[in-house]
Design a protein around this ligand. Structure first.
Ligand SMILES: Cc1cc2nc3c(=O)[nH]c(=O)nc-3n(C[C@H](O)[C@H](O)[C@H](O)COP(=O)(O)OP(=O)(O)OC[C@H]3O[C@@H](n4cnc5c(N)ncnc54)[C@H](O)[C@@H]3O)c2cc1C
Length: 392
């Protein structure tokens, strides 16, 4: 393993500009007002389950969505680190951000990088306004980790393409306006399955699209199966280059994997845990204090890693390897917060409880199985990191 590979694996952490702190104060004041008005009740895992279009539109009005997009497309020409401040405050507060999350996080930047002028004008202003929502059309019933094996087929048609296949685990597809579907547009080559894949913007109200709910054990509905039956996608909605889907999708995954949502899904629970234990150092004992201290200090480390990647992505550098690293470490951390909450406080999880520790613990426990799966499983991410280190 070369020292250079090790040193290059994680970009240096990036300091926030002084202006970012006044932005943080502004966001915190807004969130405090929402809490006081009863419009914000903190929950865990809000970026998957907290769908609230009014809240998203309000963030859009305040200029806190599409922050890094150019003003010409309704964005705000801010830095990735300014966006980071807003997103981490929203997640830490447990605010309902699911409606716009995917569009703001990865669809906007991908459209900016690979989209045509027509596509940018069609979608980016709505994304920045918190009014246009997207899903991710990657996984299929037999293609999750092995994404290159997708079988959704794109066939050339007059003026566009016809897509047939099944996507699965598609978060938010029952509310979203569109998703990027990864499909096979040409046969794979013998030794390279990454060729012949393309990305298509599929508007989910198109004829031939059926969205079927997949319910969690609790009965909650966040993700779906999406059937594509001979769905026509016009040429103007092909994303980027035909055949370059693999390259595009891996660049999208760096945005998907590296952000603060990969270690803050259970932060509202951590905050409630600290609240429950305040003033009880004697009951906790040395081991309990040590565990709690370790959890709090690790969130700072993860944040530094993730901030470095945000800066690196905004400079156009490839960040798929460090993003995989942050997601692996961060999602395991999210689960450890739950373990600590169960061990250190004798309050059982209760989804029907009033807002507070018991309900946050229930949210976290019920959503935990997805943390290390969504966006790529930890085993797969470790493979990406091993390759980045030159071990594979
Ligand atoms: C809450 C949630 C939301 C999601 N939202 C979306 C979404 O919006 N859009 C979307 O496209 N997808 C979404 N997904 C799907 C997610 O990306 C996949 O579940 C994930 O990539 C794993 O694929 P799989 O479920 O097919 O599992 P598999 O790929 O079948 O993996 C099963 C197990 O085998 C292990 N495994 C597989 N291959 C290897 C290997 N080579 N080496 C070692 N271990 C291996 C895996 O780590 C895993 O533990 C979501 C998933 C969840 C849980």
């Amino acid at each position: 393993m070369s020292t250079t590979a090790e040193l290059d694996l994680v970009p240096p952490s990036s300091a926030l500009a002084p202006g970012s702190e006044s932005l943080r104060t502004e966001v915190r004041a807004f969130l405090a007002g929402e809490r006081a008005a009863g419009r914000l009740v903190p929950r865990c895992d809000v970026w998957l389950s907290g769908w609230d279009e009014d809240f998203s539109r309000e963030l859009g009005r305040r200029g806190w969505l599409g922050m890094t997009l150019p003003g010409a497309y309704g964005g705000h020409d801010r830095t990735a680190l300014d966006r980071y401040v807003v997103t981490e405050e929203l997640l830490a507060a447990g605010a309902p951000v699911a409606a716009h999350w995917i569009a703001d996080r990865q669809i906007g930047p991908s459209l900016l990088r690979f989209g045509t002028e027509y596509q940018k004008c069609r979608y980016l202003p709505g994304i920045a306004a918190g009014e246009c929502y997207f899903g991710i059309g990657m996984s299929e019933p037999d293609s999750g980790s092995d994404l290159a094996s997708v079988r959704t087929k794109a066939t050339r048609a007059d003026g566009g393409w016809r897509l047939t296949g099944t996507k699965v685990w598609t978060s938010g597809a029952h509310h979203a306006h569109a998703f990027f579907a990864l499909a096979r547009s040409a046969p794979a080559e013998d030794r390279n399955r990454h060729v012949g894949l393309s990305q298509f913007i599929v508007e989910l109200d198109s004829p031939g699209v059926t969205v079927r709910p997949i319910h969690l054990l609790t009965g909650a509905h966040h993700f779906n199966e999406v059937l594509l039956e001979d769905v026509f996608v016009p040429d103007e909605l092909v994303l980027g280059e035909v055949g370059a889907g693999w390259h595009q999708v891996t660049s999208e995954l760096a945005y998907e994997r590296s952000g603060p949502e990969r270690f803050l899904s259970t932060f509202p629970l951590l905050a409630a845990l600290v609240g429950e234990l305040a003033g009880r150092a004697d009951d906790l004992g040395t081991a309990g204090l040590r565990d709690l201290g370790a959890l709090v200090s690790r969130v700072w480390t993860l944040r530094r890693l993730s901030l470095g990647i945000a800066a690196s992505l905004s400079s156009g550098a490839a960040a798929d390897v460090p993003a995989a690293l942050v997601k692996d470490l961060g999602t395991r951390y999210e689960n450890e917060v739950i373990d600590a909450a169960r061990l250190l406080v004798d309050i059982p999880p209760d989804p029907g409880a009033a807002p507070g520790f018991a309900r946050l613990l229930a949210d976290a426990v019920l959503h935990a199985p997805g943390f290390t799966l969504r966006g790529g499983t930890n085993e797969i991410l470790r493979g990406v990191v091993a390759r980045g280190l030159g071990l594979r």
